[in-house]
Design a protein around this ligand. Structure first.
Ligand SMILES: Cc1cc2nc3c(=O)[nH]c(=O)nc-3n(C[C@H](O)[C@H](O)[C@H](O)COP(=O)(O)OP(=O)(O)OC[C@H]3O[C@@H](n4cnc5c(N)ncnc54)[C@H](O)[C@@H]3O)c2cc1C
Length: 604
C-alpha cells in the first residue's frame, strides 16, 4: 500500500514516551504513541456486550421501526409504551447501579445499545433524553432520597424524563438563562420561566430544570409534571425527528419542594456541563449506529436499482461513494470505541462508582467533543450520499433515505453546537496544559526545534505485523505546531481568534479519528481478524485524506498568523511534515465497495 519509506530520523517519530495502552488520560493520545494492544475495538467486545447489542437491535427492528410512521403522527401513548418496553428489556439502565433498577454494566454496554437505537433517530432522541439527560443528573448529583424516589421509575420506563436547560434567549449561552427560582419562607421554591426545545416535553413526567436562584445563582431542580404551575407548550414543527416530542416547558409560579433542589445552589453549571459531556459521547454512539445501518441500506439499494442495463452498484461513481461512506463510518466507530475503553478503564480504576464515572467523563471531555462533532458530520455526509445513491427515490417519503437525512441535521445543533464544541476542543486542551496535565507547551517548543528535520506522512505501512501508525504521529504534530503558534501569536487574546481555533480543532479531530482507525486495523491484523485487510484499506483512506485536509487547515492558519521569513519557514516545514505518500485510495475504496455490495451490510 505504501511505496515510500517511513521517516528515518529519530526526531521525525511521534513525540517521545513508551507506547501506552488503555490507561491513558484525557488528551494524552496527542502527545504519546498509543499501543494498539489493549485498545477497545468493536472486535474486542465481550459476549455480554454482544448480547446487549442483539437485544437492542432486535427491539429496534421488531418494535420501533415498524411503528415509526405511527410514532411520527405524535402518538405519545405509543412513545411511552416503547420507552416502557425498552425499560422492561433492561435497555434504559445499562450503566445504572442495580440498587436503582439498572444492570450496572460498563459504558461500552451503553454505547452498543446507543448504537442500535441510532437506527431510528426519533426514538434515539427520546432514548437519549431519558438515559443521558434525565438519569445522569439524578444519578451523579442527586441525594440518596432523590435517587430512590426517581431513578427506579425512569430506569423501568414507567416515568419519562426530560432536561430543561435551553431558553429562547439562551441556547449556546446556557448560563444566560432567565428562569428564576425564589426560596419561600418554608424553604420550598417557586420557579418562573420558559424553557425551549425540550425533548420529551409533551409527555414527560419528570423535568430536570435549570433556573437561577434570585436571578443569579445557576441551579438545578427536579420538577414533576404534576407540581402546581408546571405545563408544556405546543409541539414544535420541526425539519425532522417528527416522532420525538419537542415543546416549551412553562413554569408559572411553579411550586417545587425544598428537597427537589438538585445538587448545590449556584452549582448548576457543574451538572449541566457534565451531563453534556456524557450526552456528547452517547450521541456519537447513536450517530455511529445510524451510519452503520445506512451504509447497508445504500449498498442494498445500489445492487437492486438498475440503470443503463446494470445495477448502479457497478458504476465507479457509486462505488466510490460506498467506499467513502464505509471508511468514514469505520473511522468514527474506531474513535468511539477507543474512547469508550479509556473511559471504562478510568471508571474501573476509580472504583466503579458514580463519582468515578463523573470524573472519567470530565477527564475525556475533549474526546467527547471530538466525537460529537466528528460523528455528527460523518453521519450527515453518509446520509447525504445515501440520498444521492437513491436518486429521485432518495427525495421522496416512500424510502427511509429522506427521513434519515432530515432527522440527522439536528445532531450538529444540540448537545452544544458543532461550533461551540470546536471552540471547546483547543480551549480545554490549553486549560489542561496550563494545569500541567498535558505537555502542550513543551511539545510545541520542541517541535519548533525539530521543524528542519521532519519526514513524510500519509503512510500506513503494511507489513507482516499489519498496519503501522508512524505517519499519524505527524498529523498530531501538525496540530500541536499550529496550536503552539496560535498561543504564541495571540497570547491571552487567542479566544478572540475563533477562525484559527476552528482550524486547530479540525486538525485534532482528523488526527484522532485517523489514528484510532489505524490502531484498530493494526490490532485486527495482529489478531489475524478476517476483516483486517479491509480495515487496513479504510485506515489508509482516512490517513491519506486527513493528511490533505490537515495540510489545507494548517496552511490557512499559518498564513493568517505569520508573515515574511517566519511564514516561509513554517510553510516549508509544513510541506516536509505533510509530504503525503502517494497511495491508490481509489482502488482501496473499490475494494471496500465490493465487500459492502456483497455483504449488503456494514462490514466491521
Ligand atoms: C430537536 C431539538 C431538541 C432539543 N432538545 C433539547 C433538550 O432536551 N433540552 C434542552 O435544554 N435543549 C434542547 N435543545 C436546544 C439545543 O440544545 C439548542 O438549540 C442548542 O444548544 C443551540 O442553541 P440555540 O438554538 O439558541 O442557537 P444559538 O446559540 O443562537 O446559536 C446560533 C448559531 O451561532 C453559533 N454561536 C453561538 N454562540 C457562539 C459563540 N460563542 N461562538 C461562535 N459561534 C456561536 C452557534 O454555533 C450557531 O451556529 C433542542 C434543540 C432541538 C432543535
Amino acid at each position: 500500500m505504501s511505496s515510500t519509506h517511513p521517516p528515518t530520523s529519530p526526531s521525525t517519530n511521534p513525540p517521545v514516551h513508551q507506547p501506552i495502552g488503555p490507561s491513558q488520560k484525557g488528551a494524552e493520545w496527542l502527545f504519546d504513541t498509543t499501543a494498539a494492544d489493549g485498545l477497545l475495538t468493536p472486535e474486542g467486545l465481550s459476549d455480554e456486550h454482544r448480547l446487549m447489542a442483539q437485544t437492542a437491535q432486535e427491539f429496534l427492528a421488531k418494535e420501533v421501526l415498524p411503528a415509526i410512521d405511527q410514532l411520527e403522527t405524535k402518538d405519545w401513548a405509543l412513545a411511552r409504551a416503547l420507552v416502557k418496553r425498552c425499560g422492561d428489556l433492561g435497555l434504559l439502565g445499562t450503566d445504572v447501579p442495580e440498587a436503582f433498577g439498572g444492570i450496572d454494566l460498563d459504558k461500552a454496554a451503553a454505547i452498543v445499545v446507543g448504537e442500535a437505537m441510532g437506527g431510528s433517530a426519533s426514538f434515539a432522541t427520546m432514548f437519549g433524553a431519558q438515559t443521558g439527560l434525565a438519569i445522569i443528573p439524578i444519578l451523579c448529583f442527586g441525594t440518596d432520597a432523590q435517587k430512590q424516589k426517581y431513578l427506579p421509575g425512569i430506569v423501568s420506563g414507567d416515568l419519562v424524563g426530560a432536561y430543561c436547560l435551553s431558553e429562547s434567549g439562551s441556547g449556546s449561552d446556557a448560563l444566560g438563562a432567565r428562569a428564576r427560582a425564589t426560596k419561600q419562607p418554608d424553604e420550598s421554591w417557586v420557579l418562573n420561566g420558559e424553557k425551549m426545545w425540550i425533548t420529551n416535553g409533551g409527555f414527560a413526567d419528570i423535568y430536570i430544570v435549570f433556573a437561577k436562584v434570585d436571578g443569579e445563582q445557576f441551579s438545578a431542580f427536579i420538577v414533576e409534571k404534576g407540581f402546581p404551575g408546571v405545563s408544556h407548550g405546543k409541539e414544535e414543527h420541526k425539519m425532522g425527528l417528527h416522532g420525538s416530542s419537542t415543546t416549551p416547558v412553562i413554569l408559572q409560579d411553579a411550586k417545587v419542594p425544598a428537597e427537589n433542589l438538585l445538587g448545590d445552589i449556584g452549582k448548576g453549571h457543574k451538572i449541566a456541563f457534565n451531563v453534556l459531556n456524557y450526552g456528547r459521547f452517547k450521541l456519537a454512539g447513536m450517530c455511529s449506529g445510524g451510519a452503520k445501518m445506512v451504509v447497508g441500506e445504500a449498498a442494498k439499494y445500489a445492487t437492486t436499482r438498475r440503470q443503463f442495463g446494470q445495477p448502479i452498484a457497478s458504476f465507479g461513481a457509486i462505488r466510490h461513494k460506498l467506499g467513502d461512506m464505509l471508511a468514514r463510518t469505520y473511522g468514527v466507530e474506531s474513535a468511539l470505541y477507543r474512547t469508550t475503553g479509556l473511559i471504562d478503564a478510568a471508571i474501573a480504576a476509580g472504583g466503579g462508582t458514580s463519582d468515578a464515572a463523573l470524573a472519567a467523563l470530565e477527564e475525556f471531555a475533549i474526546e467527547a467533543s471530538i466525537l460529537k462533532v466528528a460523528s455528527s458530520e460523518m453521519l450527515d455526509f453518509v446520509l447525504d450520499e445515501n440520498v444521492q445513491i437513491h436518486g429521485g427515490n432518495g427525495y421522496v417519503h416512500d424510502y427511509p433515505a429522506e427521513r434519515h437525512y432530515r432527522d440527522a441535521r439536528v445532531n450538529r445543533i444540540f448537545e452544544g453546537t458543532n461550533e461551540i464544541n470546536r471552540l471547546l476542543i483547543p480551549g480545554m486542551l490549553m486549560k489542561r496544559a496550563l494545569k500541567g496535565h498535558v505537555p502542550l507547551i513543551t511539545a510545541a517548543k520542541k517541535l519548533q526545534e525539530e521543524l528542519l528535520t521532519v519526514g513524510g506522512v500519509g503512510e500506513v505501512r503494511r507489513s507482516s505485523e499489519g498496519a503501522k501508525a508512524d505517519g499519524v504521529g505527524l498529523l498530531k504534530k501538525t496540530g500541536i505546531m499550529v496550536l503552539g503558534l496560535a498561543m504564541q501569536t495571540y497570547g491571552a487574546a487567542i479566544e478572540q481568534e475563533q477562525e484559527v481555533l476552528m482550524l486547530v480543532s479540525d486538525i485534532l479531530m482528523d488526527a484522532f479519528v485517523a489514528e484510532s482507525a489505524v490502531l484498530r486495523a493494526e490490532r485486527s491484523a495482529a489478531q489475524s481478524h478476517p476483516a483486517a485487510a479491509l480495515q487496513h484499506d479504510a485506515a489508509m483512506i482516512l490517513v491519506h485524506d486527513a493528511g490533505l485536509r490537515i495540510d489545507a487547515a494548517a496552511r490557512t492558519a499559518i498564513q493568517t498568523m505569520t508573515t515574511g521569513d517566519t511564514q516561509r519557514t513554517m510553510l516549508a516545514a509544513l510541506r516536509r511534515i505533510l509530504k503525503v505518500t502517494p497511495v491508490n485510495t481509489i482502488a482501496a475504496r473499490r475494494r471496500l465497495a465490493d465487500a459492502v455490495i456483497e455483504k449488503k451490510a456494514y462490514l466491521f
